[in-house]
Design a protein around this ligand. Structure first.
Ligand code: MN
Length: 164
């Protein structure tokens, strides 16, 4: 495929995604053939706690709230902590693309479709895309008493840039 025809194919994919969202906010401009399960979502209202653009699609709010989160290449959330007095924490189910999960003081873990992560309450961490790939995970909020999230500093370009 020539460079030119590749550009045209990408443009077509963006146009289709935009048309599907007619009447609402634009859906994430994921690449053609991006094999996610749920719609990629619209711009994330929590993007002030992210580096780069992420997109949010609520899946279900009852029982165990679940959200589809799509990260553009290079996008990641700030270091943060899911707090709870009882229960709580977060589960990530990777469904498309390539991304990262990292707990403070530990090496980053690569995430690909089919990977699952349990994040205990009180653990400082971040999650996001690889620099060269879109990434989508489903985030499950484990029911908690006294649940909240503490947002901390961004993942620096220096530490993120060391990841392959
Ligand atoms: Mn988290």
């Amino acid at each position: 495929m020539t460079l030119m025809s590749k550009s045209v194919a990408l443009f077509a994919a963006v146009t289709v995604a935009g048309a599907a969202a007619a009447g609402g906010s634009a859906q994430a401009p994921v690449p053609a053939g991006y094999d996610a399960v749920f719609p990629p979502g619209t711009p994330n209202p929590y993007n002030k706690f992210f580096t780069g653009q992420s997109y949010l699609q609520p899946i279900i709010r009852e029982g165990v709230p679940a959200f589809n989160v799509t990260f553009e290449p290079g996008c990641r959330n700030f270091w943060h902590i899911h707090n709870a007095k009882k229960g709580g924490g977060q589960i990530l189910l990777a469904v498309a693309g390539r991304g990262w999960y990292q707990e403070e003081g530990k090496p980053a873990r690569e995430l690909k479709k089919g990977d699952a992560v349990y994040i205990a309450p009180g653990v400082k961490h971040w999650h996001g895309a690889a620099r060269d790939s879109w990434f989508t995970h489903i985030a499950l909020e484990v029911p908690a008493e006294g649940g909240s999230t503490t947002w901390c500093e961004p993942v620096s370009d220096e530490e993120y840039g060391r990841l392959p």
